[in-house]
Design a binder for this molecule. Structure first.
Ligand code: HEM
Length: 420
């Protein structure tokens, strides 16, 4: 497990040690070569910025379930920045920091256990499955808008509006507010990224204020007139006398947009790319629509929408001969784990009938994705419809414009053409 300085294939020339640089455009375009080298040469890698990257499937899977590793405390960092701004009379970031304090993926037990069990009561499989016809209706509506033009942008014409509208519908946000909610969700979507500037946080704080003001009113309305929606069921939720406070409920609403938008968008963007670059697989899916479930799992494995989970060890941890000090930032690379050949033979091949299961695209352990069932339904409906109704879909030639993201991976836009 020592980092090896391997010779380039038969050249006898030592290769430079592998580097993990989240800001390198070549890494954004294709991180998988770097991950392959890290898994082999340096599976517990220290980056130049001082964080750690864990890349092997077995390590990531085991450590995600290990409670030695807590969450990376972004809210406290934002609060510190807020104190700095307040001292200089330059505003504050407290609204954002306080709302984020109660986001599940930023909470450790016991807070996490309590909040998750309360939210889970509203997020039942039945409630999610009942959304399937609404997802189909939305996909049909979005595709009808562009069908006559012979071209669309998969990300902005289909994936984004679908992801945001489904969360908004589930919560019970009236349709006339969907445009504002989409704008707020976009404005907040990068908040989980550990490397944001003060200006970006200040903007996000403003967006959070608008978001919360709107949802506060909506909660008051649903208290007076409950409906069959997630907001009404969050209000009704109680657990042996315990219940969600108003601030916690508002936080949950924000969290669902943050957790459910970019992720689903990237499943649809990355999945479309995988199909269009592997037309044989797309054709197999068209011939046999029953393959859709396996196809979505393979899309999630092959090019994972969330590439990195951030964690912090509560005590020093030694792994493969390296000691990670307590408090250091660690990235568990889900994207790399999902391409590990020890778990997924021939991992760079996109194969919609792959037998090996167990991808980690939805993470694992206590933070396993709460919205996985909804994301799978959206993926299944969107791709079944695309493959059936747009058999001659083609990528518009040119470089893919990848999002400049750290945690997420997906195209910023994905223009395609088809016969109108
Ligand atoms: C957590 C992936 C869609 C809600 C997570 C985590 C991952 C993930 C990797 C773990 C984060 C961590 O451990 O730090 C995905 C992917 C999706 C998707 C790949 C789409 C393909 C959704 C949707 C929703 C959602 C649609 C809700 C509407 C959540 C929530 C958490 C979470 C609430 C936090 C759970 C916890 O910490 O207990 N998701 N997600 N996700 N996801 Fe998803």
């Amino acid at each position: 497990d020592q980092p090896a300085v391997n010779g380039g294939a038969g050249s006898g020339v030592p290769r430079a040690p592998v580097k993990f640089n989240l800001f390198d455009p070549a890494f954004h375009a294709d991180p998988y070569e770097v991950y392959a080298r890290l898994r082999e040469e340096d599976p517990v890698h220290r980056t130049v910025m001082g964080a750690w990257v864990i890349t092997r499937y077995a390590d990531v899977k085991t450590l995600l379930r290990d409670n030695t590793f807590g969450v990376f405390d972004i809210p406290t960092r934002i609060e510190r920045k807020s104190q700095f701004l307040e001292k200089k009379n330059m505003g504050e970031l407290r609204t954002l920091a306080q709302a984020m304090r109660r986001w599940l993926m930023l909470c450790d037990p016991p807070d996490h256990t309590r909040l998750r069990s309360l939210v889970n009561r509203s997020f039942t499989p039945g409630a999610v499955e009942s959304l399937r016809p609404r997802v189909q209706e939305m996909v049909d509506r979005l595709l009808a808008r562009v069908r006559h033009t012979g071209r669309m942008d998969i990300v902005n014409d289909l994936a984004c509006p679908l992801a945001v509208t489904m969360i908004a519908s589930m919560l019970g946000v009236p349709e006339e507010a969907h445009a504002s909610v989409t704008r707020w969700a976009d404005g907040l979507s990068r908040v989980l990224d550990p490397l944001r500037s003060l200006e970006q946080y200040a903007e996000m704080n403003n967006v959070a204020q608008e978001f919360l003001a709107y949802f506060r009113e909506l909660f008051a309305e649903r208290r007076r007139h409950p409906r069959e929606d997630l907001i009404s069921s969050l209000i009704a939720v109680t657990d042996q006398g315990d219940k969600l406070t108003e601030d916690e409920m508002l936080s949950v609403c924000m969290l669902l947009f943050i957790a459910g938008e970019k992720t689903t968008v990237n499943l649809i963007g990355n999945g479309t790319l995988a199909l269009l670059k592997n037309r044989g697989e797309m054709e197999r899916l068209r011939q046999d629509p029953s393959l859709i479930r396996g196809a979505i799992d393979e899309m999630l494995r092959y090019d994972s929408p969330v590439q990195l989970n951030t964690r912090v060890p509560k005590k020093d941890v030694t792994l493969h001969g390296k000691t990670i000090p307590a408090g250091d930032l660690i990235y568990f690379s889900l994207g790399s784990a999902n391409r590990d050949p020890t778990q997924f033979p021939d991992p760079d091949r996109f194969d919609i009938t792959r037998r090996e299961k167990g991808h980690l695209a939805f993470s694992g352990g206590i933070h396993y994705c709460l919205g996985a069932a909804l994301a799978l339904i959206e993926g299944q409906v969107a791709f079944s419809t695309l493959v059936r109704e747009f058999p001659d879909l083609e990528l518009v030639p040119g470089e893919i414009d990848w999002q400049k993201e750290i945690i997420f991976r997906g195209p910023q836009t994905l223009p395609v053409t088809f016969s109108p």
